[in-house]
Design a protein around this ligand. Structure first.
Ligand code: SAM
Length: 286
């Protein structure tokens, strides 16, 4: 099972009211930390803290409306809001139980152990504990986008590869070189196993390969990381190449446009509250 972890800092007076409201939004766990140290407390009606600034971490279902959560946090003056994905050990079996055959145009995604036969490009996947089954809107938008462009002979960078799903899809759709990057050892190992199973050759690594240009760069991470790597991503796009960025909420579009001044973006693709931003390196940027 994958979860959204929402972490933020609020004043002592707001910590418990916000935590209780988050529980009404379905948070399965809410923890309070001293924003200045690692002391920890479980949130509860009777909990009071002596700390003036409190860091709150809440675990929510992946489908939770982040717009409502952001509004709630804004109303309570939350700062340093960070959203990330986490998985727990049930994730592997949940994938097997709930994942059906998925289709993105010509592209099929199936669990590795499925006996279903299909025509067309196919990725057989076991995500293990890594993120990326095709289930989440951000992954699904990337898969539909990759399927819609001509990848034949292309060099592709899949940054934040998770299970390897996007890089594997790119390879199956005709890319001839794919670099799959993740800072998480588990994700790299899962991607390696999925690549072997699919008979695909991927270059695996923890950081963006230096001095290399890619026809297609795809990254499904989250705003903070996309902004942090904006210059590296832009430098990695080959002339005439394209970039697809997701893990973003609709309200975050402007931050991306500002952080990637050398990229011209189309209107975003949107699914629920999530967007995929597709852009090209500006013509005058060589
Ligand atoms: C939301 S998952 C995306 C997985 C898959 N690409 C997909 O679209 O479903 C994000 C992945 O990015 C990785 N990641 C996050 N920050 C990173 C960083 N700074 N460098 C490399 N990988 C990172 C995480 O470990 C995680 O596997």
């Amino acid at each position: 099972m994958a979860w959204l972890k929402v972490a933020f800092v609020v004043s002592r007076d707001s910590a418990n009211p916000v935590s209780l409201l988050l529980q009404q939004y379905g948070a399965i766990a809410t923890s309070l930390f001293d924003a200045g140290s690692n002391d920890i407390l479980e949130a509860g009606a009777e909990t009071t803290t002596l700390w003036s600034q409190v860091r709150v971490e809440a675990l929510l279902k992946v489908g939770t409306s982040l717009q409502s959560i952001q509004r709630l946090l804004g109303e309570h003056g939350a700062e340093d809001v960070r959203v990330s994905f986490v998985q727990d050990a049930e994730w592997e079996s949940a994938w097997r139980k709930h994942t059906a055959h998925k289709k993105f145009g010509r592209l099929h995604v199936l669990p590795r152990d499925s006996s279903t036969e299909v025509d067309g490009p196919l990725v057989r996947l076991d995500p293990g504990l890594a993120f990326g089954t095709g289930e989440h809107a951000t992954t699904a938008m990337c898969l539909s986008w990759l399927e819609s462009i001509d990848l034949n002979g292309n060099k592709v960078l899949d940054f934040g590869c998770g299970s390897g799903i996007l890089g594997l899809a790119a390879a199956k759709l005709g890319a001839n070189q794919v670099a799959a990057i993740d800072h998480d050892e588990k994700a790299i190992e899962v991607t390696r196993q999925n690549a072997i199973f699919n008979g695909v050759n991927l270059t695996l690594g923890k950081t963006i390969p230096v001095n290399q240009k890619f026809d297609v760069v795809v990254a499904n991470i989250l705003l903070n990381t996309l902004v942090e790597y904006a210059i590296d991503f832009t430098n990695s796009i080959a002339q005439g190449g394209v970039i697809g960025l997701t893990g973003l909420l609709a309200a975050q579009q402007e931050s991306i446009v500002e952080s990637f001044p050398r990229v011209c973006f189309d209107s975003p693709v949107q699914e629920n509250e999530w967007i995929l931003m597709i852009g090209r390196k500006s013509c005058d940027d060589i």
